[in-house]
Design a protein around this ligand. Structure first.
Ligand code: ATP
Ligand SMILES: Cc1cn([C@H]2C[C@H](O)[C@@H](COP(=O)(O)O)O2)c(=O)[nH]c1=O
Length: 219
């Protein structure tokens, strides 16, 4: 299913990613875990995709206004935004070099799960195959009905992907994708029940990251 995985074997230490369908709670956890790490005097850089930069902001406008771009164009825009996000000035690679823990809401797995359902997977995986992997990814798994109820309760307008049948496909893809990575790379995949209490999820992610930091300090 994902052919170009070998070229993607490099793993960035101290880089952690949150993934899940819309409404799964990744943004909530990004903010809560980052706050907790900060309170514990850990140097943390929190970030997200699509980014706040030029390409990411343009993408968000396209998503909320349901702009009719071809699916390949969407996949390429997400990858272009990611290129700047990882390698651009003052971005992920630099932040890691400066000794930060980097926690990111969505990464290339979103492209595989979302754009992979709209394009042929080979195309999407090939344009994402040069990005390094995080040390671990937290997959917050939740059913699409609960997710959409949560999305409906927020003020923000729905984006083009927030539709039940599509989110069901994306959820299934995530599972396949993460099983693939689990068995073919050293990246750790942590499955999290998205229906758990918000604070339980935060503690689980926080404790995992803290253990990794402690282990590294003792190496
Ligand atoms: N574990 C949880 N239990 C109950 N409600 C939750 C939980 N996690 C998040 N929520 C609520 O669900 C809503 C959506 O959460 P959040 O914005 O974090 O989701 P998201 O995955 O970032 O969504 P999107 O990808 O669409 O931006 C918010 O109102 C949030 O408070
Ligand atoms: C990075 C990335 C994101 N998406 C989609 C997933 C969401 O529907 C939107 C916006 O993200 P948010 O977390 O809800 O703010 O973008 C995608 O389709 N492909 C990607 O690579």
């Amino acid at each position: 299913m994902i052919k170009n995985i070998k070229s993607q074997y490099s793993i960035l230490k101290n880089f952690f990613v949150l993934e899940g369908i819309d409404g799964s709670g990744t943004t909530t956890q990004l903010n809560r875990v980052a706050d907790l790490l900060l309170k514990n005097n850990i140097k943390i850089y929190k970030t997200y995709e699509p980014t706040r930069n030029k390409i990411g902001s343009f993408l968000r406008e396209c998503l909320s206004s349901h702009l009719d771009l071809s699916e390949r164009t969407y996949a390429l825009l997400f990858a272009a935004d990611r290129q700047e996000h990882v390698f651009g000035k003052n971005e992920i690679a630099e932040k890691l070099d400066q000794g930060n823990i980097v926690l990111c809401d969505r990464y290339l797995f979103s492209s595989l799960a979302y754009q992979g359902n709209k394009n042929d997977m080979d195309f999407v995986s090939s344009i994402n195959s040069y990005f390094p992997l995080p040390e671990a990814v937290f997959f917050i798994d939740i059913d699409e009905k609960t997710a959409l109820k949560r999305v409906a309760s927020r003020a923000q307008k729905k984006d083009i992907f927030e539709e039940e049948s599509f989110l069901l496909k994306v959820r299934k893809s995530y599972r396949t994708i993460f099983e693939h990575y689990k068995h073919n790379t050293d990246m750790e995949v942590i499955y999290i029940n998205g229906n758990s209490e918000i604070s339980n999820i935060t503690n689980k992610i926080f404790n995992f990251i803290i253990k990794k930091i402690d282990k590294q300090m003792n190496e």
